[in-house]
Design a protein around this ligand. Sequence first.
Ligand SMILES: C[S@@+](CC[C@H](N)C(=O)[O-])C[C@H]1O[C@@H](n2cnc3c(N)ncnc32)[C@H](O)[C@@H]1O
Length: 189
Amino acid sequence: MAISFMATCHLKQPHTPEDKGRTCSRYTGQAVRAVPIRVITVGKKRAEGVRLLVDEYKTKLKPYCSFEDSLVRSNPRNAQDVRAQVEDEEVGIMKLIGPDDWVVVLDERGRDVDSEQMAELLGDAGNSGASRISFCIGGAYGHGREVRKRANVTIRLSSMVLNHQIALVVLMEQLYRAWTILKGQNYHH
Ligand SMILES: C[S@@+](CC[C@H](N)C(=O)[O-])C[C@H]1O[C@@H](n2cnc3c(N)ncnc32)[C@H](O)[C@@H]1O
């Protein structure tokens, strides 16, 4: 499934004063097929503040696309064995990924994507045959080999390592931002 979101954004360079207020996406103002989004996270119970923010962005995303929040629970029995933990979490993630999913793995070693490129990623997915976009956030020790291999693209949200719950909140906000870019709405400046 060819998705070219990296190739086209004309605001890849740092924004100049002239760029201020412009949003860039090949798809801005066009009808974009809203591919359902699923975010798969690994972990235990979420912190209350994270839960509130995730709920807020789920509500904000509702007018744009369907959204599924899937949690793969870490098995506490594996806490002393990192490999067993990563493998167990990987099985849980792979079970949720369908054959037609377009898979975006989040990893601090992934490709840098700006907000406009995130919008293009969603727009490109809409033009592809993907039945769903699955974003995968790993556990304390990251993703296993199978998940990495399954990735259509691996992106990072920052060059810093984030706690998985913080990564989830940042991703949710960026998904909402991406949709406002696609719709040409006054949120992204
Ligand atoms: C605590 S981090 C795991 C860090 C671990 N060093 C690794 O090898 O992945 C948990 C998860 O949060 C996500 N994450 C953390 N920092 C990130 C970043 N800068 N960009 C994208 N995702 C990130 C990744 O999905 C990661 O698997």
